[in-house]
Design a binder for this molecule. Sequence first.
Ligand code: GRF
Length: 217
Amino acid sequence: MQKRRVGILISGRGSNMQSLVAAMRRPGFPAEPVIVVSNRPEAAGLEWARGQGIAVHAIDHKQYANRMAFEARLHQALLDAQVDLICNAGFMRMLTGGFVDRWMDRQLNIHPSLLPAFPGLDTHQRVLDQGALITGATVHFIRTEMDAGPIVAQTAVPVMPNDSADTLAARVLEAEHRLYPHALELVATGQVSVRDERVVMAAPVGRVPTLMWPPLG
Ligand code: GRF
């Protein structure tokens, strides 16, 4: 089977990018990393990706007159790399309808909560402030609204009594690193389609390595 060509968009350290690349390097994985793009030239993840021999591009949004011009450059870089699927991995730019439409149902995002609960920034602090007992991580297709779109996969993560935003973020991040490769694999093998803004699986997902993290035991 032809591997799907994946472009990864980052803005920072890129730990989710690293987990995706590690998964894609496993024999038989149905996708390969072909380009990493950051909108912040100083993103630590760029250096890591370069060291892995992946083509990297810094496309600094501040150098463009408006969102449209930035997105046109980003789109061209992805086309030049013949990307099939985009994974946003800590990419901190909202995308306009023009870009979202061009990559409709071919662009994934990961968010560190059980969407539709707690979209947006400061997620973990808001989870704690609300006294929620379970949070998690979600991989979804991108739409123009922030952290919204058809849900591909989710993991639940318990909130512990003494959690700070940082300890909770660390526990959720471990779950993210397991969830994102699983979701990408589902999409890359063509098992996922979108109908009426909901994800439909071609077959029951037999193996869900990530439903609860840490695993109940
Ligand atoms: C992750 O928690 C991701 O869910 C959120 O931003 C964080 C990025 O972390 N969108 P990293 O850059 O992947 O380490």
